[in-house]
Design a protein around this ligand. Structure first.
Ligand SMILES: O=C(O)CCC(=O)C(=O)O
Ligand SMILES: [Fe+2]
Length: 208
């Protein structure tokens, strides 16, 4: 659904850029189809027994709390990271930062599925051995994305709505900022997208 007011591109902090409506509707549909085609979404378990409410499938490298592996939790090889997804990431990063991003070579994607009421606590993406930017694509239901500071999961932070098709990039001084998803707004997805819930894809450079 078209927004009543255009949402402008916004730099929340140095290196943290929100580009609303970056993906066209057909591109969103193609990405949803790609996400449906990747098998093996699972709830990630923490060493302390905690279970994440999102379901995740990884491409390139498999993320687990505190590291990355070439095999999934059940010992299967990780799905390949497709070239086209790297191209999409370079285009998104170039548009977010307004400068060429030819050297950006993400090799890892975490694809998160948020069913109704799913959240993600404040955390840093810090298991990569590269400080290259993270590029995030949102699909389906709108969420509240909380973008904080690099010191702690507490204030100051800024809440922004991420809608289907939005890109959010965090790199440079914001690369290790705490962030999370305190809320997904169920039922806000355009029915024509054919997705109940929210998908988020983050591209990363593993440095591995
Ligand atoms: O769903 C989002 O927008 C953020 C996901 C995230 O922070 C992560 O996968 O590390
Ligand atoms: Fe994250």
């Amino acid at each position: 659904m078209d927004a009543l007011l255009p949402r402008p591109r916004a730099e929340l902090a140095p290196g943290a850029v929100h580009v609303p409506d970056w993906l066209g509707f057909d591109e969103q549909r193609e990405l949803v189809a790609a996400c449906r085609g990747w098998p093996g979404y699972r709830h990630t378990t923490y060493p302390n027994g905690g279970v994440m409410s999102v379901k995740t499938v990884c491409l390139g490298w498999h993320w687990y709390p505190n590291g990355y592996s070439r095999t999934t939790d059940d010992g299967k090889p990780v799905l390949p990271f497709p070239d086209w997804l790297g191209d999409l990431g370079r285009r998104a990063l170039a548009d977010a930062y307004g400068e060429p991003a030819d050297g950006y070579e993400p090799d890892t994607a975490l694809v998160n599925f948020y069913a109704a009421k799913t959240k993600m606590g404040q955390h840093q993406d810090k298991d990569e051995r590269s400080s290259a930017p993270v590029v995030s694509f949102s699909l389906g239901d709108t969420c509240v994305f909380r973008f904080g500071n690099t010191e702690s999961r507490n204030k100051p932070y800024t809440d922004v709505e991420l809608h289907s098709g939005d890109v959010f990039v965090f790199g440079g001084p914001s690369r290790y900022a705490y962030h999370g998803v305190p809320k997904t707004l169920s039922g806000t997805a355009d029915p024509a997208l054919g997705l109940t819930g929210r998908l988020n894809i983050t591209l990363r450079v593993s440095g591995l």
